[in-house]
Design a protein around this ligand. Structure first.
Ligand code: FAD
Length: 526
């Protein structure tokens, strides 16, 4: 670094976030809310404004509520009720039908459809509220290096051309699928299966619209596609292109031609109609010393499960609690070692699952489509014929060793404490949670164990049946059922909603807390 650069270098930063898409925004708000100083750089002049993600699940809704963005998000989001797959958009046969009006394990409806710009606005509002995050638009990361103490980022103002230097303890690369950071580090992103070209048409409704078949897939071999609401005011149609079609031949006129069976210019305004080639990729290294990859910078998948951004947000949740503890000196940097091993198997599961559910939707060969239809009709009669879909495994790298409950979802239910009723996180607190249905378990904790748990901000939660005198009442019996199915007396949930592990009996709770201490770098004295 030259003297001049050194004078202009900002050195008070904890974390630089490169890229202010939804994943960079989530990382920024989580770190800002934890009290860390963050500088985010985004090369665009404003938030991206290109809506791509349209679906989240209940885990991500829990995360949105954690950062305070859930309420604003829900103002325009739609709870997805029913997901149908037919073999024609109009008058086709029903191939599969899913009732999505269920409550997921995180305590929310399990599928939500929304307009991405509204999600970004809601996240950005919470970022601003932290007062700890400086967001620099029109600012591009052009070079960076790192040493044992810090990361130095050279950023250029795209309007003035002026270069500045930022120095921080860590850097998060949330810079999207073509990640400049990943490429500069020479990290390979292994390519997986390449999907078809897909025309994605986003529209703004000019009036309320309702269709007999909505929010589902039409797996018509003539022209497969799907349609769904993007929140309360937008709608999306997608159409698969065959390999012999040239995306360059598509014009706004062809777009209107495709939309004609549903809507015309009096019904909707076409906002954008990009053509995407669906790809899979997985970074081979998620961390290089003080730099971590998150979001599309680390991985991409086919979007059929609506889980690409969701997984980026999972990355943000997984890395920020580690950064928070290390920056506060509460955990050793050894907690970073488990980031890749936690995230990669889960991500690969989502990549496989997304392809498995996508492939039957995009068949353009008539005979193959007829075979698929026959198979799915048979499945309607006998569901056991359906092969088991991949279930993405939970994270088990940061966990109690040899614990069969490690990596399971930390279930959330409705609870009551005095006058306050709501989901557990709201009532009992977020972060690490030691949850038990037995007061005796908590009474058995030593002072040191309690102090250690408090130090990492863990909530100690005793849940019992309504009227049992337990400090937190299990309104719908969620925790009674969960603990019964686990056969455990206590669990420790991680801040990113997976189990660190559980205890088989009261004595074992001491071992459980000690193993958390070990995993964090011996900060909870036994
Ligand atoms: C058609 C389609 C449908 C999808 N549907 C869903 C869905 O329903 N649900 C879901 O969860 N996911 C979905 N996805 C995936 C989702 O859109 C992405 O996973 C998500 O947008 C990735 O977010 P990100 O923040 O990681 O990256 P991006 O949104 O790409 O943001 C990266 C940011 O980094 C900035 N940047 C890049 N380089 C630099 C630099 N050098 N300096 C400064 N800034 C830089 C870019 O300008 C950009 O703003 C879909 C994707 C597609 C294509």
């Amino acid at each position: 670094m030259s003297d001049n650069e050194a004078i202009h270098a900002r050195t008070d930063i904890d974390v630089i976030v490169v890229g202010y898409g939804p994943v960079g925004q989530m990382a920024s708000v989580l770190l800002g809310q934890a009290g860390h100083t963050v500088v985010a750089v985004e090369r665009h002049a404003q938030m991206y404004g290109l809506s791509r993600a349209g679906h989240i699940d209940d885990e991500i809704m829990r995360l949105l509520d954690r950062v305070g963005a859930g309420e604003e998000f829900r103002e325009d989001a739609v709870e997805w009720e029913l997901y149908d797959m037919r073999n024609k958009a109009f008058g086709g046969d029903l191939l599969m039908s899913f009732d999505w009006s269920v409550i997921g394990p995180h305590g929310y409806r399990s599928h939500w459809i929304f307009y991405q710009n509204n999600l970004e606005l809601a996240l950005n509002r919470q970022v601003e509220r932290t007062g700890r995050v400086e967001v620099n638009f029109s600012t591009e990361l052009v070079r960076f290096d790192q040493d044992a103490e810090s990361v130095t980022a050279y950023v250029r103002d795209r309007q003035s051309g002026e270069e500045r230097t930022l120095r921080a303890k860590y850097m998060l690369a949330a810079d999207g699928a073509n990640s400049f950071v990943r490429r500069s580090l020479g990290i390979e992103a292994k390519e997986g299966h390449v999907g078809p070209n897909q025309l994605v048409i986003d529209t703004l409704q000019k009036r309320d619209l309702e269709f007999e078949f909505d929010n589902g897939q039409f797996a018509d071999p003539e022209r497969p596609g799907c349609l769904f609401q993007l929140g309360k005011h937008h709608r999306r149609w997608e159409f698969t292109l065959s390999e012999d079609e040239d995306p360059g031949d598509y014009t706004i006129d062809t777009v209107w031609e495709l939309l004609k069976p549903w809507v015309g210019p009096e019904d909707v305004e076409v906002l954008r109609w990009p053509i995407y080639r669906f790809r899979e990729s997985m970074t081979q290294e998620w961390r290089r010393d003080r730099i971590f990859l998150i979001g599309d910078a680390a991985h991409t998948l086919w979007p059929f499960a609506g889980e690409g951004m969701c997984n980026g947000l999972r990355d943000a949740a997984a890395i920020t609690w580690r950064l928070d503890l290390v920056l506060r000196g509460i955990a050793s940097p050894q907690v970073f070692d488990s980031y890749q091993d936690d995230r990669q198997p889960n991500m690969q599961g989502w990549i496989d699952y997304s392809r498995e559910i996508g492939l039957p939707c995009i068949i353009m060969d008539k005979d193959a489509a007829a075979g698929r239809d026959q198979f799915l009709f048979a499945v309607q009669q006998d569901p056991s014929l359906m092969p088991r879909a991949t279930v993405p495994p939970g994270p088990t790298a940061f966990s109690r060793k040899d614990d069969p409950t490690a990596g399971l979802t930390a279930v959330q239910g409705q609870v009551r404490a005095g006058e306050k009723e709501g989901l557990l996180d709201d009532v009992a607190g977020r972060g690490f949670q030691l949850i038990t249905t037995s007061q005796g378990v908590v009474d058995a904790l030593t002072e040191q164990e309690r102090a250690g748990l408090e130090r990492i901000g863990a909530s100690i939660i005793v849940i019992g049946a309504p009227g049992s005198g337990a400090p937190i009442e299990d309104v719908n019996g969620t925790y009674r059922d969960w603990f019964e199915s686990l056969g455990r007396v206590a669990v420790i949930a991680r801040p990113d909603y997976y189990l660190f592990g559980s205890a088989t009996d009261r004595d074992d709770v001491h071992q459980l807390v000690a193993s958390l201490s070990d995993a964090l770098g011996a900060t909870i004295p036994a």
